[in-house]
Design a protein around this ligand. Structure first.
Ligand code: HEC
Ligand code: HEC
Length: 452
């Protein structure tokens, strides 16, 4: 017999779940404010749903629990990578010398929700000393630096730092001050100069050893990346120069990925594949990663030599996090463009072109804007060089999902930012595909891209 549940109870239950964090051991690296959204009542409800009137909601409860866990991982989990960033590179020593002004200048972001009210008010009033490195350390102690966790000794000294996914794949809405605001998870941080941050580390010997070059050369390579870019393949193949400059690629968003088959610019694999690769091989986290495509000594000389195709560290701090991390990223929808940020009538005309004569939708199939199916292309199909594609086991380029394009224009378009503006992208397709678009049509198409 069906059990009647009052709609208000369902609503209360859902609200509780939405703010729930998973049960489990408290993570010492977790800033205290992260626990604010973990009401115990919600945990109890989740635990009790089996065999109760809420049983029909079990999959929703599980999904919400996983999403909440994934968000914590995305924002706060270092996977033990402080052993690399603090332990090996001693990056915390450079961080302790960094003024907040310089840190913001490097593109690091501050989470306004982690700031005590008084500090937030002082910041808004411009009464915080942004030139004192001690302020940077204080922000780290509050867990307020997006994607960076500080580790402190009993005397309060900064002894290590670790990084999170949010470092590159979150930004803030600048609501308090430039670089200080509410977190925007999934947004590519195109201000962040990762290379310059790493280059500041006093000890670069892990890079020197893997690449077989001296520290100055490593620094030169890192400083060559520029804001918004990172080279995830550097420590696999040792390549540093591409046809348009450094071999680094733009940080893509980590939102709008649900329904998309292959991920990364060159389609390395699924979200969990790439998350495991990044956590273990790029961030220096402690976990397990298996991908025997890296045994290809010609394509990946460093990875093959170092045995990166099979990394097994215990305890494994990555694998248990992959399901939540996966679901969280799939749950992050691409944000809609702000009102008035594009011309709606021109965008409507552009849409017709996109889906018609300009042939864009043959690859960027709406509403995913990538192919439902195998979404990879040979470089020649989009009229560009094969350099970055050849650095991937797929040797192809993945049709970029275009939703939320308006959030990541900084740094340009295509994997290496070779096209500075949407108009440049359109001109490229116009020439390469022989579309014969007129001036008005090109600008209509650009307005449509801004509307996605
Ligand atoms: C240091 C910066 C950095 C960090 C930290 C980082 N990423 Fe990325 N991420 C990148 C870059 C750059 C790419 C593009 C790589 C490529 O295509 O070669 C990328 C690609 C991705 C993609 C593919 C997006 C798409 O469009 O298909 C996902 C998903 C992703 N990262 C998630 C994560 C997660 C989850 C973490 C934490 C475990 C993480 N990243 C940590 C820089 C970073
Ligand atoms: C043959 C398949 C194909 C067609 C046709 C195609 N694209 Fe693309 N598009 C791609 C691929 C693949 C990429 C990724 C390129 C890279 O990684 O550098 C891409 C990238 C883009 C980007 C950059 C996205 C970003 O995040 O930087 C834009 C914008 C874009 N396409 C718009 C269009 C428009 C507009 C058309 C029609 C005029 C079009 N595309 C036609 C396959 C295609």
């Amino acid at each position: 017999m069906p059990i009647a549940v009052h709609p208000l109870r369902i609503l209360a239950f859902t609200c509780a779940l939405l703010t729930a964090a998973p049960a489990g051991a408290a993570d010492p690296a977790l800033p205290r404010h992260a626990e604010r959204d973990a009401p115990r009542a919600a945990k109890r409800l989740i635990l009790q749903h089996d065999g109760h009137p809420f049983a029909p909601f079990a999959p929703f409860a599980d999904a919400l629990r996983l999403v909440a866990e994934g968000r914590r991982t995305f924002r706060f989990d270092t996977f033990g990578d402080e052993a690399f960033w603090g332990g090996a590179l001693r990056l915390h020593e450079a961080v302790a010398q960094l003024s907040p002004r310089d840190a913001l200048g490097l593109g690091l972001k501050v989470d306004a929700d982690a700031l005590p009210h008084r500090l937030a008010a002082q910041l808004r009033a411009g009464r915080v000393d942004l030139d004192d490195p001690r302020t940077t350390v204080a922000l780290l102690r509050l867990g307020a630096v997006v994607g960076v966790t500080g580790f402190f000794d009993e005397a309060g000294g900064l002894v290590s730092v670790g990084i999170q996914c949010a470092l590159c794949h979150s930004t803030v809405d600048d609501s308090l001050a430039p670089g200080v605001g509410r977190r925007l998870d999934g947004w590519a941080n195109r201000d962040l100069d990762v290379g310059r941050v790493i280059a500041a580390a006093p000890d670069l010997s892990p890079f020197e050893q893997l690449l077989g070059v001296d520290a100055d050369t490593v620094r030169q390579v890192l400083l060559g990346w520029g804001p918004g870019k990172f080279d995830a393949t550097l420590l696999l193949d040792g390549k540093t120069q591409g046809p348009t400059g450094s071999a680094a690629v733009l940080i893509p968003p980590a939102f709008g990925l649900a329904g998309v088959n292959l991920h990364t610019w060159t389609g390395w694999g699924s979200v969990p594949h790439w998350n495991a690769l990044v956590a273990n091989l790029e961030m220096g986290g402690q976990g397990t990663f298996v991908d025997h495509r890296l045994d290809d000594a010609e394509r990946f000389p460093i990875a093959a030599r170092e045995g990166f195709s099979e990394v097994r560290r215990t305890p494994d701090r990555v694998t248990p996090k992959l399901p939540g991390l996966h679901l969280y990223q799939l749950a992050l929808e691409a944000p809609r463009p702000p009102r008035g940020s594009f011309d709606a009538q021109a965008a409507a005309r552009g849409k017709a072109l996109f889906e018609g004569r300009a042939r864009c939708a043959t690859c960027h199939v709406p509403p995913l804007y990538t192919e439902p199916g195998h979404n990879l292309h040979a470089p020649a199909e989009i009229g560009i060089d094969a350099f970055q594609a050849e650095r991937s086991p797929t040797q192809g380029y993945r049709t970029a999902p275009l939703r939320g394009l308006w959030t990541h224009g900084k740094g340009g378009y295509y994997h290496d930012g070779r096209f500075a503006t949407l108009r440049d992208v359109i001109d490229h397709y116009d020439g390469f595909l022989g579309l014969g678009l007129g001036e008005g049509e090109k600008s209509d198409l650009a307005e449509f891209l801004k509307s996605l």
